[in-house]
Design a protein around this ligand. Sequence first.
Ligand code: FMN
Length: 214
Amino acid sequence: MKIKIGGTKPDNFVDRWPGEFEIFSHFEMALGIPHALFLITTLKENGKPNVCFQSWSSFYGDSGGYYVMTPLLMKSHTYHNILRDKEFCINFINASYFEACYQTIFNNKNETDEFTAGGFTREPASQIAVPRIKEAFMSLECRFRSDSDLSGKSIQSLVIGEVVSAAVEEEYINGAEKKYGPEGFMYYGYALKDFASGDEGERKVASLNVLRKG
Ligand SMILES: Cc1cc2nc3c(=O)[nH]c(=O)nc-3n(C[C@H](O)[C@H](O)[C@H](O)COP(=O)(O)O)c2cc1C
């Protein structure tokens, strides 16, 4: 039997922090679709680096270009930095850095160097002024292309950027072992403990496990 979930938030899904279901759709918690986690680096207006822990994105393109599609809170610094400077960097980092990534959420002031907050090392990018994260095994330097308010409520906007250059650690460039193992892409999944009662979800951090090759 399949459980039907409609477009209206079930009454048992209640905010655990103010505005949770303003920022998130109830589908997010009800479905728990996993997404890769990464850090977006930008520059603040004062030149200090900003680091944003991010997920819910996709990466694809065609012969005309390769694109990052990422929804950003319209009130976030990252969104404003990207609209102002028209560039940003995507940095994939492994799960051992999860706590360090979280520090960039808690230390988020204008005057904060968020590389220092997370204990990350700056690495110059090749095509943009925004620094890459040295600890990342893969970084994508991006130029802003467009943005579109997802729901029309000025909460989340889908930002599209074109990848102009990428940098990949040597041990990760060949084969799947590193990329799709515990030292590779970090994933995030939000699974409810009990859908019927809307009981508190658990944030799960995961890596991939290759089941089949060839
Ligand atoms: C797994 C994960 C957990 C997050 N948890 C929080 C959180 O607890 N609080 C929060 O305000 N943002 C959280 N975010 C969202 C962004 O990281 C946050 O909007 C970001 O720090 C905004 O930074 P900025 O204003 O410098 O752009 C989370 C993102 C991810 C991917």
